[in-house]
Design a protein around this ligand. Structure first.
Ligand code: 3PG
Length: 303
């Protein structure tokens, strides 16, 4: 089988070497399309492949149509909002993710962003400490849970908002009102997927409820934030701060208006560690090998 790794933002070389070893060990051929700049390159590269490993690469309907032999797509990572699931399902193409494999890297970045924003972007000036502050976590999957543990180690109080039954997260202080989460916490970390239900859910009403000096951290997706609401909240409340790993559509304009109140990484870097690349990349390769060897569909997201 032909397995293509198509990554506009490539994995570390050590991860690609590991992926290749697994794929070849199982008798398949590995092809690489890295740092591509035009969609046409992706359309050409998928033409005769049986399997795809991707990151945030957009697998739209036309990509699926161009990949006539495609049987499986594995998103090496958590969020699969970049894959047209309906188009894949219509062609009986299995789509999987690799949950948890890059979570620690994202959790560490979220903590780093809290410190960066609290310390005036590492510029002179009096900042504040995380210890003794309250962190609200919106979304308590793999990343949210890791952030919670790290925050506790830093001396923070943690409040969790999740739709899941309380019993599952007994050791945590869980609340079921987003309004209460935002109005209570000095820091909020958003760790939810972008879905039809969550898009724009972090609204003006929520952001503007944050206590004085509140700081919102988004390492999830830009779509979950209502950008108009964010703009309004930052303009009305010069004490509020927003740091994100996924630049808002109008980031340049917001940066111009709000200076150090806002920060975005230049390119999504939550999963940009060798460890995360290796964990997610090798998991993807193993999942593809198991799929072709035994038909295993564990982690399929379009069942
Ligand atoms: C994920 O959903 O796993 C993260 O957002 C990482 O995305 P990336 O592979 O594009 O860095």
């Amino acid at each position: 089988m032909k397995v293509l790794v198509a990554t506009e933002k490539p994995f570390a070389k050590v991860a690609v070497d590991g992926i290749r070893a697994i794929i070849e060990e199982h008798g398949h051929e590995l092809l690489l399309l890295e740092k591509y700049t035009e969609k046409q390159q992706l359309l050409d590269a998928v033409a005769d492949v049986d399997a795809l490993i991707i990151r945030s690469d957009k697998i739209t309907k036309d990509v699926v149509e161009a990949a006539q032999n495609l049987k499986i797509v594995v998103r090496a990572g958590a969020g699969y909002d970049n894959v047209d699931l309906a188009a894949c399902t219509a062609r009986n193409i299995v789509v999987m993710n690799t949950p948890g494999q890059n979570s620690n890297a994202v959790a560490e970045l979220a903590i780093g962003m809290m410190i960066y924003m609290s310390r005036n972007h590492f510029n002179p000036g009096t900042g504040c400490e995380l210890s003794g502050k309250t962190l609200g976590i919106q979304g308590f999957g793999n990343i949210g849970q890791l952030i919670a543990k790290k925050a506790v180690a830093l001396g923070m109080d943690v409040l969790v908002y999740t739709n899941e039954v309380k019993e599952k997260h007994q050791r945590w202080n869980t609340i079921f009102s987003l309004e209460k989460l935002y109005s209570t916490c000095d820091f909020i970390s958003v760790n939810i997927p972008a879905t039809a239900l969550t898009k724009g859910c972090v609204s003006y009403d929520l952001i503007s409820k944050m206590p004085k000096g509140g700081c919102l951290i988004n390492t999830a997706r830009k779509e979950v934030i209502c950008e108009e609401g964010l703009d309004r909240a930052l303009s009305e409340r010069p004490d509020l701060k927003y740091a994100t790993d996924i630049a808002p559509v109008n980031y340049a304009e917001l940066k111009e208006k709000y200076g150090k109140q806002i920060y975005s990484t230049p390119k999504k870097m939550g999963a940009e560690t060798a460890e995360a690349n290796i964990n997610a990349g090798l998991a993807a390769a193993n999942q593809i090998a198991a799929f072709f060897d035994t038909g295993c569909t564990k982690y399929q997201v379009n069942k």
